[in-house]
Design a protein around this ligand. Structure first.
Ligand code: SAM
Length: 248
């Protein structure tokens, strides 16, 4: 009887220890930009839900972590949620990571997290890098209030969005890919020619570059530049340039 009680207590304790979903930020380029707690947690969890298993393998191999990987991406997120939650609810612990940065920030994860909350799973944040905040912190633009826009709509609603951003009184952060950065800068020249912009390319990587200026200045500058890699664009609030004149 005593033994049985002990076994029940141990079982309950084990379930309590596991049964968790850890949301872990990973580097946006430089593999050293990961916290000790993130590495420790990745080593301890039972399995890892990640966007692209090949991308996450590189990180995990670097830190000599060998785990079961389950892919969770924009296309399969809905169908994988039940499978992942069943595993967690059967007493396992799961780490959610994305290809880079913080899961759920212009990346999959939000639907899994909200479903996990509804099913009573404990969610534990293991914070770290986000490209948006990394860019904002070096922009020199106001950080007291900012708007994270992520990727602008590619077609429908893009023009409307640009018109509303032209009136924005907070610092704006936009994500853009190699393929559309030139188009975006041209559009910003048209819709908000007097704003000050900071374009951050390949942050934390070997070819990291930061370009500062008006959209027109940057349009001219990028003619001589390599337009490759990942970009974050930080834009000054509408009234900022008048208030805080800076030398471009
Ligand atoms: N979850 C990520 C985060 O926390 O920042 C964002 C993922 S989103 C799919 C990818 C976009 O983030 C890229 O297209 C780019 O706009 C931005 N990004 C990611 N890494 C970057 C880097 N090293 N330098 C500049 N921008 C980056």
């Amino acid at each position: 009887m005593r033994l049985q009680l002990g076994a029940v207590i141990i079982l309950k304790f084990t379930i309590k220890l596991n049964n968790k979903l850890y949301i872990i930020s990973t580097p946006i380029g430089n593999l050293k930009d990961i916290t000790l707690r993130a590495i420790e947690t990745l080593k301890e969890v039972d399995f890892v839900a990640c966007e692209d298993t090949r991308v996450s393998m590189v990180l995990l191999k670097h830190y000599e972590i060998n785990k079961e990987l389950i892919s969770l991406n924009a296309a399969n997120e809905n169908s994988k949620i039940e499978f992942i939650l069943n595993k967690i609810n059967s007493g396992r612990s799961c780490a959610l990571i994305s290809d880079a940065g913080t899961p759920g920030i212009s990346d999959p994860g939000v639907r899994l997290i909200s479903s996990a909350i509804k099913s009573g799973v404990e969610i534990i944040p293991i914070p770290g890098v986000t490209a948006a905040i990394t860019a904002l912190t070096i922009s020199g633009l106001p950080t007291d209030s900012f708007l994270y826009e992520g990727f602008l709509p590619q077609k429908k609603g893009r023009q409307k969005k640009l018109i509303s951003l032209a009136e924005e009184e907070r610092t704006i952060i936009i994500y853009e890919s190699t393929y559309r950065i030139e188009k975006l800068i041209k559009e910003l020249s048209e819709y908000m020619p007097n704003r000050f912009m900071v374009v951050c390319r390949e942050l934390t990587k070997k070819f990291e570059e930061v370009w500062r200026g008006t959209p027109l200045q940057l349009e001219n500058l990028i003619k001589e530049k390599t337009i490759k890699g990942e970009f974050v664009v930080v834009i000054s609030p509408k009234s900022w340039i008048e208030k805080d004149k800076i030398s471009l």
